[in-house]
Design a protein. Structure first.
Length: 91
């Protein structure tokens, strides 16, 4: 399933978080459409909306790659298809 995805990142702030996540995306031809990040009392949070249309990997493969990056950083990184995210968070 291609299309837009939502990526969330949360954990203790440290150098290199954004670089590591965006490197995984760039290496897999995933375009960042929107990004928002903040630090709240040393807790780093980032939400990204990305487009997988030109990517050659599946969402499941991306999730595995982001899980590895998250483990290396000590962060929780999740990727969900936009439809699932929208359905789960509707009013």
């Amino acid at each position: 399933m291609k299309g837009k995805i939502i990526i969330t990142v949360i954990g203790t702030d440290k150098v290199g978080i954004t670089a590591k996540v965006t490197t995984v995306l760039a290496e897999n031809q995933i375009n960042i459409l929107d990004i928002n990040q903040t630090i709240m009392q040393e807790i780093f949070t980032m939400i990204m909306i990305c487009d997988m249309e030109k990517s050659l990997i599946s969402l499941e493969e991306l999730q595995q790659k982001l899980n590895i990056a998250g483990e290396e950083l000590g962060m929780k990184i999740q990727a969900q298809h936009e439809d699932i995210f929208t359905y789960m968070h509707r009013i």
